[in-house]
Design a protein around this ligand. Structure first.
Ligand code: NDP
Length: 328
């Protein structure tokens, strides 16, 4: 196959174009492993790239898609050979390096991890960067020494991709999960994933006081801005919040009061450049700890020609759970 199907983002004088078209293998970027992609997924960042709403794409033309699962076709990397099932999350895929919404990619073997035992390619992409980031957040809270006996855990943006997986993982780990959402009609969905309480996100959206009534010991925040400021102000003494998202904004209108008066910690979580050892640990734990029935219940799928529309929906906050992109 010297040409293959891909979603291609390009830029002209009038703005950004997105089309599903044929792409020549000769135009792929450098890398020591070529992978036949079977599945990808839709993350918030992919929505930003597809809509051009934020400058995620750093070169044009670009094939978007930050996550892939597939089979190695050719490799000169010592750890991978033809036929190996692999997963890739981040490392600039779909931003600076031609990405996963394509039947083929050429990448650095150092970026790949083996498909975790016990997961299919489709399940790995149902998890995707969103789910792997939710696990990185849980691991950060645990590294901080937090355990479920310390009190409840809050998850913001709970109906979204990171949020849905975080609810399921924290509940499975024994936490009393408080799920915050702007979609109260999804309360039964959140409870089916393991949420013990569902609160309306308007409780966390007003201007934050320096300190408010202590409500939770831990949290996973996917929203940022005033939501994170409120979450911090309501965190119990010596608690911690893992912050990974900006769905509500990149600012943080907070005070230092929770840090200096309640010993609260703010734990930053990045998935894109996370070192390989951390990725392998996160994927191993996801394969063992995430309930695959719950994963299936939070997942829908689209084809490559439906992904642009789905990208618009995710930036409008209208996607529930996770979306797999079926490629080949
Ligand atoms: P989703 O769109 O699936 O989820 C985001 C959720 O946030 C929405 O479903 C909604 O939840 C809530 N939300 C959206 N807009 C607002 C708003 N204006 N105010 C308050 N809440 C809002 O995205 P993902 O789960 O894929 O990603 C979530 C965030 O995490 C994104 O900002 C993304 O960029 C970031 N991220 C960061 C990573 C990292 O490496 N640090 C990796 C992966 C994601 P509800 O309807 O329940 O209120």
């Amino acid at each position: 196959m010297s040409a293959f199907k891909a979603i291609v983002i390009d830029k002209n004088e009038t703005g950004q174009t997105v089309e599903l078209r044929s792409f020549d293998e000769a135009d792929l970027m450098d890398g020591d492993v070529t992978v036949r992609v079977s599945h990808s997924t839709l993350n918030y960042k992919d929505g930003l790239a597809l809509t051009g709403k934020a400058p995620v794409v750093r070169r044009f033309p670009m094939i978007p898609g930050v996550d892939l699962a597939g089979i190695v076709e050719t490799s000169s990397h010592p750890e991978f050979k033809a036929g190996d099932a692999v997963v890739l999350n981040g490392w600039g895929l779909g931003e600076t390096h031609l990405g996963a919404y394509a039947e083929k990619v050429r990448v650095k073997g150092d970026w790949l991890v083996p498909l975790p035992a016990g997961l299919t390619a489709e399940q790995a992409m149902a998890i995707g960067t969103a789910g792997y980031t939710a696990m990185l957040c849980l691991m950060a809270l645990e590294r901080h020494g937090l355990r479920p006996d310390r009190g409840p855990a809050i998850v913001t943006g709970a109906v979204g991709g990171v949020g849905s997986v975080a609810v399921a993982l924290l509940a499975r780990a024994g936490w009393h999960v408080v799920a915050s959402t702007g979609r109260p009609q999804e309360a039964d969905y959140l409870k089916s994933l393991g949420a013990a309480e569902v609160i309306d996100r308007s409780e966390l959206s007003g201007a934050a006081r320096p300190l408010a009534k202590e409500r939770w010991a831990a949290g996973v925040d996917t929203v940022g801005s005033t939501t994170l400021a409120n979450v911090l102000s309501m965190t119990k003494y010596s608690g911690a919040i893992a912050a990974c998202g900006l769905a509500g904004g990149m600012d943080l209108p907070a005070t230092v009061a929770p840090f200096i008066l309640r010993n609260v910690a703010l734990l930053g979580v990045d998935s894109v450049m996370a070192p390989k050892a951390l990725r392998l640990e996160a994927w191993g734990r996801l394969a063992r700890e995430l309930d695959l029935g719950k994963l299936a219940a939070m997942t829908s799928s689209v084809s490559l020609d439906q992904v642009s529309q789905a990208g618009r929906e995710i930036v409008e906050g209208r996607i529930k759970g996770r979306v797999v992109v079926e490629i080949s």
